[in-house]
Design a protein around this ligand. Sequence first.
Ligand SMILES: NC(=O)c1ccc[n+]([C@@H]2O[C@H](COP(=O)([O-])OP(=O)(O)OC[C@H]3O[C@@H](n4cnc5c(N)ncnc54)[C@H](O)[C@@H]3O)[C@@H](O)[C@H]2O)c1
Length: 383
Amino acid sequence: MTRRTVRIAMNGVTGRMGYRQHLVRSLLAIRESGGIDLGDGTALWPEPVLVGRRDLALKAIAERHGLDEWTTDLDAVLTDGSIDVYFDAQVTSARESALRKAVAAGKHIYTEKPTATGLDAALALARLAHESGVRHGVVQDKLFLPGLLKLKRLVDGGFFGRVLSVRGEFGYWVFEGDWQDAQRPSWNYRSQDGGGIVVDMFPHWEYVLHGLFGRVTSVQAHAATHIPRRWDERGQPYDATADDSAYGIFELESGVVAQINSSWAVRVNRDELVEFQVDGTEGSAVAGLRRCRAQHRSGTPKPVWNPDLPATESFREQWQEVPDNREFDNGFKAQWELFLRHVALGTPYEWDLLAGARGVQLAELGLRSSAEGRRLPVPELSL
Ligand SMILES: NC(=O)c1ccc[n+]([C@@H]2O[C@H](COP(=O)([O-])OP(=O)(O)OC[C@H]3O[C@@H](n4cnc5c(N)ncnc54)[C@H](O)[C@@H]3O)[C@@H](O)[C@H]2O)c1
């Protein structure tokens, strides 16, 4: 097979997402499987150019994976005519200006979410990219998770009848950092550095709800900072100024009511770190990252409320596992492949900067709803 190279400047590749999910589990995994088969005897071959602030850290990653291009000079990489795609997995607050530069330099854009720290900027970015004719995509990885793909199969197959409600539970305990190290970077807990669970998770909930059940038309949220003091990577205490928990209710244009709790201050008593229960007139399902279980109307038991007796039924065992029926790849890799095909062949791609702006919009309105203590409409966005 002939190789066609696509050169990708990867910024933020020393970070959690940039390194593990995007470099190792996506682009390097694509190379290990021989590239992306374009169907005409050509394999699309991603060539990462590592970009960041710390030369030594980039060099170490490059050497570990047999790569030979890295730089701390973003401007130089953007003026390099051989670079096709600019990818951004930096901290959120650094993203917008880098994306603007990359669009101005005529690069195709692929980026982590949120695309900007506010709606105006996110929408302006989407318009800029659209007008300049570059191809653009935003990471919406949850849609490619096995559990949610199986849930989508149930939706598309008409399993639920009329969907009534969605209940999402996301979260786990993030250690404060004093007696055990925190498992997430400290900037996530400082609003002045772009942190906060609403800004982080509402963009995910927007595309999950939109992609499965319809556009979000209103939001009512209550955000809280349950743990006000944390310890950073150097063991120094700091004020956690950002929200670490959010309790949200979303109405969808389909009439579905979704309620999603997001928290870094809960202990897990679930099967997975995120789970969505969907109830419909014909059936219900619970989907997590990997699994999806369903209960049809005809197989629904009839519990009777009686607090005087111990529970006689094992409710969890009354659900049926939705089979895989196919192999599921890493969600980040699956989305990268679709985006790179879009770049190479112009195949349709819907998860673009406008879709990314919808996520930023929901986060912004969620925070405003919480601050003002009221439900807010979510206007439909257009370019
Ligand atoms: N899609 C997902 O599921 C998902 C999950 C977690 C995070 N994210 C997003 O990915 C992005 C990165 O998150 P992460 O958890 O990998 O963060 P991280 O702190 O581990 O990595 C941040 C990266 O940005 C770089 N950086 C650039 N400017 C910086 C600055 N001024 N201060 C600190 N670091 C700077 C760092 O060197 C590092 O490479 C965020 O925008 C976050 O919202 C997405």
